[in-house]
Design a protein around this ligand. Structure first.
Ligand code: G3P
Ligand code: MG
Length: 359
């Protein structure tokens, strides 16, 4: 069957066969159930949500991907955020109700999800997990396979004089795991999500790294190196407040400034989250899985933050679309990292990519 030009656009001259379209769309000649070569990774804050509120264009964008497009094609997508703080399952439940579309954990990556790929190095090593509310992230870390997980609230409960400016609330007291930390030698500190108490967490990170907790400080026991891992480098992010807010990256800068003032040097750390290669490799693996192995996949990242979304996608060799509903404000000049395209919002971004790739 030949298809007229105005249906399929200029790319194919006047007439082409369904088989040629199927080959282009799916990388296979199979016309029975065309599958898309195109797939999207969507950032969340500033693209789909502002704070707790879905952005108006979000539902339209997801409905286009759900087959409401001129090719009637279902187009795979994942959500790729530097946010975090709860389990993937819990966040997907919340997102599904906010966006009105079922979001499944195997299409969702948050800042600390990538730690699943390194947990084998720390399975029974005592680790300190920072961020989020009370001990929510202890449970998330144990869900990933970490077996000896402590929080800064556990340490404060063990010795309140370690930070005299915070009294544990009832909720926090209920979350702590009584432990004698003079017997715990930490192997790593993981900053999963934005700490709620920067001062307490900064004090205890400095103490753990310098062996003050463990007592080698006094006795000069050989101090074991403590790995320091941050999961989200964002200095700023877009919430429902009109101006961008400080992110986990700002906490890292603050910690390093204090540590340097105390010790004369900053402390080496490992960074995950967008734009890091580790996180984009993890995302590419998940996208290719959803594309069920079609050849020559067309991967698009749609984001609001040039530093994380666009820089990472460009470095991964994907196409990128920068939207104007979040951190990046086009009135403040060109973006720090050049996207493939720009768009007002996520729905315009999806339509633009479909037009570019299918027309
Ligand atoms: O804390 C989350 C923030 O840093 C950015 O989230 O969804 O824009 O990557 P997102
Ligand atoms: Mg964002």
């Amino acid at each position: 069957m030949l298809i007229p030009r105005h249906i399929i656009g200029p790319k194919y001259g006047n007439r082409v066969t369904v088989k040629q379209i199927a080959r282009y769309l799916t990388g296979t000649g199979n016309t029975s159930k065309p599958r898309s070569r195109l797939a999207f990774a969507f950032d969340i804050d500033g693209v789909l949500l502002r704070g707790k509120n879905p952005l108006p264009a979000a539902k339209e964008a997801l409905s286009i991907l759900d087959g409401n497009n001129k090719l009637g094609l279902k187009i795979p997508f994942i959500l790729l955020t530097n946010g975090g703080g709860v389990s993937e399952e819990e966040r997907c439940r919340k997102l599904s109700s906010q966006l009105g579309v079922q979001i499944h954990p195997d299409q969702f990556i948050q800042a600390h999800t990538v730690l699943k790929s390194i947990v084998h190095n720390y399975r029974d090593v005592p680790v300190l997990v920072l961020g989020g509310k009370s001990d929510t992230l202890r449970r998330v870390a144990e869900g990933y396979g970490f077996q000896k997980v402590y929080t800064t609230l556990d340490i404060l409960a063990w010795n309140p004089s370690i930070w005299p400016f915070h009294d544990l609330t009832q909720e926090e007291k209920a979350s702590v795991r009584p432990t004698d930390f003079s017997k715990v030698q930490f192997g790593a500190i993981f900053v999963f999500h934005d700490p709620r108490n920067w001062a307490l967490d900064t004090q205890i990170m400095c103490d753990v790294i310098q062996g003050i907790i463990w007592g080698s400080y006094k006795t000069n026991h050989t101090r074991k190196h403590v790995d320091l891992v941050f999961c989200n480098p964002d200095l700023i992010w877009q919430s429902d407040f009109e101006a961008p807010r400080m992110g986990q990256g700002a906490f890292r800068v603050a910690f390093q400034a204090v540590f340097q003032s105390l010790t004369g040097s900053t402390y080496p750390y490992i960074q995950f989250g967008k734009p890091t290669e580790a996180t984009y490799n993890f995302a590419e693996m998940m996208l290719k899985h959803r594309l069920q192995g079609v050849s020559k996949p067309l991967l698009y990242m749609v984001g609001d933050n040039p530093e994380s979304d666009i820089a990472g996608a460009n470095a991964a060799g994907w196409k990128s679309i920068l939207v104007h509903t979040g951190v990046y404000d086009p009135h403040r000049g060109p973006p720090s990292h050049q996207p493939t395209y720009q768009a007002e919002d996520v729905a315009e971004a999806v339509r633009l990519a479909l037009d570019q790739e299918f027309c």
